[in-house]
Design a protein around this ligand. Structure first.
Ligand code: DUC
Ligand code: ZN
Ligand code: ZN
Ligand code: ZN
Length: 483
C-alpha cells in the first residue's frame, strides 16, 4: 500500500518547504508536488516533521523498591499520541549481573511496543566480564553506555570504574552517557536533612543542589577527555552543568547536553506545595530548579550549546510515591512526560519565539538521531528514511489533563497547562498510529533499531591536548636504590 501526506509544509532541522510525502513499505519513497497514493492524509495547514525521538525513557524499570508503571505498551502509546515515534530506553543490570542477561530481561518487555525503540546499556559495576560483554552489546546494536554518578549503594559507579568504562567505550566506538550528580555528597546531605527532621518532599531538592550536578558534570567531562571519548550528559538541569558543557565544547570536545521538558517549564516552587502528594509526584533527580537555571537551559537550546530535549519518562503512581511518606529519600524518583514533550515544547518554545520550527525539529529529533548514529534512517524527511512522521497542526489546542492521557498513572505534572500545537497524524514506519484524538496504535508494531558504533571518529579531545604517546626519558645517571 502507498500513503501520501498531501498539501503540508515540510519542516526539517534545516529546511521549510511545501511538498507531499509518499510512503511505501514503511519508507519515504518520494517527495514532491501533486503526488498520488492509495491512502491520502490531508496535511493542509499543517507542518510535516520527522517524528520525535525521546532518547531517555525508563519503561517498566525496577527502581527504588518498585517498577515504573508505564511499560512498553502504555509508554509507546503515550509517545505516539504526542508525536514521538521512537524511544531509547535504559537497560539496567543490577550490580554483578551479566549485561547480556539484563539485556535478555529487557528484550522480554518490548514485544508490546507500538513504536520503534533502542536501548542504552547501563554500566553499574566493573570487572573483566563487563569489559568483555560491552563488545557483545555493541555487536547487538547498542552503542551507548550509561553511568550513574549518583544512587550510592545501588547503581553508582566510582571514578575508577567510570574511567575504565569510558576507555572501553573509546575502543569500541561507543558513546558514554552520565547521570551527573555527586552521589557521595547527595548521600551525606540526605542523612543530615533526615537527622534534622526534614523528611518532606521539599528536602529532596535541598539534598541535590545545582553544585552537586555542576561538580559531577565537570568531573565526567574531564574523565572523558582523558579517556579520549565523547560524552553525553543526560538531564542537564542547571547553569553549573550547562557551563561545564559550554566550556568543553569551546575547547573542541564533543560533549552533548540534554535538558528535560520538565526542567524547562516547571520550577522548584512545585516542591513547596502544601499537598504532600502534589509535591511527591514531582520528585525526580535532578530536581526542578529556579527561573535562572531554566533561562540558562533555554539559552543553551537557542545557541546550540545544549542539543536535545528529552523526558526521562519514569512514571510512578501516587500510591507508589507514598512509599516515601515518612522519608523523602524513599519516594521513587521520576516523572512522566512522553506524551507532552512535543506539545509543551512547541507551546513554550516555538509559540513564544524562543525556538524556530527548525530548531524544534533539531532538538526533538534530528540532533539525537545524529548523536546516536540513527540518522538519516530516523530524524529526517529524505528518500529512504523510515516514515516516522508527525503531521503537526499548529492551531489544535487542549488543556493537559491526566484524565485523558495515555500514561497509566493517576496524575500529570503538566496538568492544567494549555498547549497549542498538537499532532493531526502520527505515522510509525508508515503505519497511521494517531489521528487527532483517535489512537490506532498496534501492539507489537514497534521494532528494535540496531545502531552502528561511531568509529572512526570517536574522539573528544580538547584542542590543546597532546595526542602523542608518553615519551620515556633516557637518563645517563640513575642513583642506586637507598639502603
Ligand atoms: N532520575 C529519575 O528521576 N528517575 C529515574 C532515574 C533518574 O536518574
Ligand atoms: Zn538519571
Ligand atoms: Zn533517567
Ligand atoms: Zn505493524
Amino acid at each position: 500500500m502507498t500513503t501520501v501526506i498531501k498539501n503540508g509544509t515540510i519542516v526539517t532541522a534545516d529546511m521549510t518547504y511545501e511538498g507531499d510525502v509518499k510512503i511505501a513499505h514503511g519508507k519515504i519513497v518520494e517527495i514532491g508536488r501533486h503526488l498520488e497514493g492509495e491512502e491520502v492524509l490531508d496535511a493542509t495547514g499543517c507542518y510535516v516533521m520527522p517524528g520525535g525521538i525521546d532518547p531517555h525513557t525508563h519503561l517498566e524499570m525496577p527502581f527504588m523498591g518498585t517498577y515504573s508503571s508505564d511499560d512498553f505498551e502504555s509508554g509507546t502509546r503515550a509517545a505516539l499520541a504526542g508525536g514521538t515515534t521512537m524511544v531509547v530506553d535504559f537497560c539496567l543490570p543490577s550490580p554483578n549481573q551479566s549485561l547480556l542477561e539484563a539485556l535478555a530481561m529487557w528484550d522480554n518487555k518490548t514485544g508490546k511496543a507500538s513504536c520503534d525503540f533502542s536501548f542504552h546499556m547501563a554500566v553499574t559495576w566493573w570487572g573483566e566480564q563487563v569489559w568483555k560483554e560491552m563488545a557483545e552489546v555493541v555487536d547487538r546494536g547498542i552503542t551507548s553506555f550509561k553511568h550513574f554518578m549518583a544512587y550510592k549503594g545501588a547503581l553508582m559507579v566510582d571514578d575508577d570504574e567510570m574511567f575504565s568504562s569510558f576507555q572501553r567505550c573509546a575502543e569500541l566506538g561507543a558513546l558514554p552517557l552520565v547521570h551527573a550528580e555527586n552521589g557521595d555528597v547527595v548521600a551525606q546531605m540526605t542523612q543530615k536533612l533526615l537527622d534534622a527532621g526534614n523528611n518532606g518532599p521539599e528536602a529532596h531538592a535541598y539534598s541535590r543542589p545545582p553544585e552537586v550536578e555542576g561538580e559531577a558534570t565537570n568531573r565526567a567531562i574531564m574523565i572523558a577527555d582523558m579517556a579520549g571519548v565523547p560524552l553525553y550528559v543526560v538531564h542537564t538541569s542547571c547553569e553549573q552543568a550547562h557551563e561545564a558543557i559550554r566550556r568543553a565544547r569551546a575547547k573542541g570536545m564533543r560533549v552533548y547536553g540534554e535538558p528535560l521538558i520538565q526542567h524547562l517549564v516547571l520550577d522548584e516552587t512545585e516542591y513547596f506545595n502544601t499537598d504532600w502528594d502534589y509535591a511527591a509526584r514531582r520528585v525526580m533527580s535532578p530536581p526542578f530548579r529556579n527561573k535562572q537555571h531554566q533561562d540558562s537551559l533555554w539559552a543553551g537550546l537557542q545557541s546550540g550549546s545544549l542539543q536535545v530535549v528529552a523526558t526521562d519518562h519514569c512514571a510512578f503512581t501516587t500510591q507508589q510515591k507514598r512509599f516515601g511518606v515518612d522519608n523523602f529519600a524513599k519516594i521513587p524518583n521520576g516523572t512522566g512526560g512522553l506524551e507532552d514533550r512535543l506539545p509543551v515544547l512547541w507551546t513554550k518554545g516555538v509559540n513564544t519565539g524562543r525556538l524556530t520550527m527548525n530548531e524544534f525539529v533539531a532538538v526533538t529529533s534530528t540532533n539525537i538521531a545524529k548523536i546516536l548514529n540513527l540518522y538519516p534512517r530516523k530524524g529526517a524527511i529524505v528518500l529512504g528514511a523510515d516514515a516516522d512522521i508527525v503531521v503537526w497542526d499548529p492551531k489544535r489546542s487542549k488543556t493537559i489533563k491526566a484524565d485523558s492521557q495515555q500514561s497509566v498513572i493517576d496524575y500529570n505534572v503538566f496538568e492544567g497547562i494549555e498547549v497549542t500545537g498538537l499532532p493531526r497524524f502520527v505515522l510509525s514506519r508508515g503505519k497511521v498510529s494517531i489521528v487527532e484524538n483517535e489512537v490506532r496504535t498496534e501492539v507489537g508494531h514497534g521494532k528494535f533499531v540496531a545502531r552502528e558504533p561511531r568509529n572512526p571518529v570517536n574522539r573528544a579531545l580538547s584542542q590543546w591536548k597532546e595526542i602523542s604517546a608518553p615519551r620515556k626519558v633516557e637518563r645517563s645517571g640513575i642513583p642506586a636504590t637507598g639502603v
